[in-house]
Design a protein around this ligand. Structure first.
Ligand code: PHE
Length: 480
């Protein structure tokens, strides 16, 4: 027999852990460069709309499904809709966990490397910050060493268990990260020439938006909120039955959005003040922020602290990714926790190696992009939106919107979900995601749209087939 399932010890523990999962590299590293490459304010505006209209209802839904089933994502779909193929959505989530963590850990490794570089004075004033960054990620051994260290830390925390490992680390981190971000924002917006960056970040030019950037906004919203792949189902599964879900979900979404917006204020004014290019891509935060620290008294100290906090924020997200995979193998295959963490973490580490090498050390490309970019593309444009789409269909039509809402509302005090929740989860969320995915993919890779359409067609075909066969079997049995 396996050990009894753990539960969060308090409401705060859950909110902190879920916010710890949500707040991470997505808010600082990924948010800033995706905003930068998609034109700035108009993108931010759309992103906020998507967070409210898609992100919040999806957060409520995933936590509720997990809390009802008290199971990993695959087990949750199996428990709520037995003898149906819906568990495949959970399986896709577990797969996404593998894929995302493999490159996430590489970036977590960069952050660890920057703690070291900053504290040792390698990133002082006058450094070629761009050259430093490209030099680090483009080499072979260094980033893999840091990736290994990051993965080891993740495995260690997960092996220690949910409550001990996860809750503890988040409690100190969130307030500290907030304070350091605030210092950065103040320095950044007071740099001479910062105004252009503030305008870039706040003054929308909607002609900058296209189908591709909308898809990027949906993908970023899912990524930053840890949605669409079962992480919040898994965390919800450790929630006891007395919690106020609409309120908790609101806190998690609110905190995550707040930190991302703050990171933008730390980065964009400085990008413009220092004459950098906002569309520079994945290096933006790693190049700009050290340059801002170089402008602050005792900047190396603050800088080192900042990257330390960023690394911890990344860790509290990485553990939720590994937890999805580990919970699956514990719940469904009865492995012991430490063995699951070690073996699965090891596989993810190996997958991260080619991802890291593809950024300069070796020529590893898939459909014309470095393997690292391919993995990120796969999760942003396909896995997470598709996972979200299918989960909303499940909650809205299979488990039924009303039941989902009632379950979420069971202990709601301040904010009770009304009819609008049903409208969002049944119509707005799935239709918006489906449209954005279709057009976004046609825009980028015409061929992908066909793959998507074929996949969708096949899914519908098999669903109908399944129901026809089921009805036929039922009818062939004598009634009594
Ligand atoms: N939300 C995390 C971040 O912003 C990343 C993540 C994605 C974690 C998906 C879990 C699941 O850094």
């Amino acid at each position: 027999m396996s050990a009894p399932r753990e539960q969060w010890t308090s409401k705060l523990a859950f909110v902190l852990a879920a916010a710890g999962s949500a707040v991470g590299l997505g808010n600082i590293w990924r948010f800033s460069y995706v905003v930068g490459t998609n034109g700035g304010a108009a993108f931010v505006f759309m992103y906020l709309v998507i967070i409210a209209v898609i992100g919040y209802p999806m957060m409520v839904t995933e936590v509720t499904l997990g809390q009802k089933a008290h199971k990993d994502p695959i087990g949750t779909f199996k428990a709520l809709a037995p003898d149906t193929p819906w568990w495949l959505v959970g399986a896709m989530g577990v797969m996404a966990g593998f894929i995302i963590l493999s490159f996430y850990s590489v970036v977590g490794g960069w952050s660890l490397a920057y703690v070291f570089k900053t504290f040792t004075g390698a990133l002082g004033a006058g450094t070629d910050f761009g050259g430093e960054f490209v030099g680090l990620i483009g080499s072979a051994g260094q980033p893999i060493f840091w990736h290994a260290l990051f993965m080891l830390l993740t495995i260690g925390i997960i092996a220690a268990g949910v409550v001990n490992g996860i809750s503890r680390s988040v409690r100190i981190l969130m307030p500290a990260l907030f304070v350091l971000l605030l210092i950065l924002v103040i320095r950044s917006v007071t740099l001479p020439g910062a105004g252009a960056g503030i305008a870039f970040y706040l003054r929308p030019d909607f002609s900058e938006l296209n189908a591709q950037s909308l898809l990027a906004a949906v993908g970023q919203a899912f990524f930053t909120l840890s949605l669409g792949m079962g992480a919040m189902i898994t965390y919800g599964s450790y929630l006891n039955d007395k919690e106020d879900i609409p309120d908790n979900a609101g806190w998690v979404v609110g905190l995550d959005t707040f930190i991302a917006l703050l990171a933008g204020f730390a980065i964009f004014p400085a990008v413009f003040a220092l004459g950098q290019d906002p569309g520079a891509g994945a290096g933006l935060a790693f190049i700009t922020l050290p340059a801002v620290f170089a402008e602050i008294p005792a900047g190396l100290l603050f800088g080192g602290l900042f990257f330390l906090l960023l690394s911890v924020a990344a860790l509290t997200s990485a553990i939720s990714l590994l937890e999805v995979v580990v919970a699956w193998i514990i719940d469904e295959h009865e492995w012991v926790r430490w063995k699951a963490a070690l073996v699965l973490g090891g596989i993810i580490f190996l997958l991260g190696i080619p991802a890291s090498l593809s950024l300069g050390a070796a020529d590893i490309t898939v459909i014309g992009m470095p393997f690292f970019d391919f993995l990120d593309f796969l999760q942003e444009s396909i896995l997470l939106p598709l996972g979200g789409l299918l989960t909303s269909i499940f909650a809205g039509y299979v488990w039924k919107a009303k039941r989902t809402r009632d379950a979420a509302n069971a202990n709601a005090k301040k904010l009770k979900l009304g009819w609008w929740f049903d409208v969002l989860i049944m119509y707005v969320v799935p239709v918006a995601i489906a449209l954005v995915m279709m057009f976004g993919l046609v825009d980028q890779y015409p061929i992908m749209a066909w793959v998507f359409a074929a996949g969708f067609g096949t899914a519908i075909f098999f669903t109908i087939l399944y129901h026809v066969i089921k009805a036929a079997i039922k009818n062939s049995r004598p009634m009594n």
